[in-house]
Ligand binder design. Sequence first.
Ligand code: ZN
Length: 172
Amino acid sequence: RAALKLLQDPGGLMLPLAQALRETAEAVRPCRICGNLDTQDPCRICTDPTREQEVLCVVEGVSDLWALERAHVHRGLYHVLGGVLSALAGVGPGDLRITALLERVGAGEVREVILALPATVDGATTAHYLTDRLRPTGVTVTQLAQGVPMGGALDVMDDGTLAAALKARRPA
Ligand code: ZN
């Protein structure tokens, strides 16, 4: 019904809406540092001097980053992997932004890496893999507490649960 209403007067709402979507789509690009989507590159988070530069939160996708931002629970920086390892779906380490993560951590400023990955088998596999790869750098690796429901995607969790899971994070 909403679509019909729009179609009955395309000039009223639909065309301006289409134009706005188009402008947004053209302006938004991935941040070269963290992988966030923003109208500026590097993104607003990476260029914010008030954020803790030593704490890096690793997430599967941009929607997880936005969920954490909405919940106001993380004051550090982010790293978007662009997926999780999956034998079934044929996703290997080379398909994710893992080299970029290791380079960021290797650059020296990062003290803690928080693995905020989904509570799924693939999420756990990815967390183990990253923990192994990060170990030689000497950085502290933590992950979300069990507050994340099994099979839970971060971006559909309520802010309170997400905040509790991050606060109660434990060594990976
Ligand atoms: Zn960024």
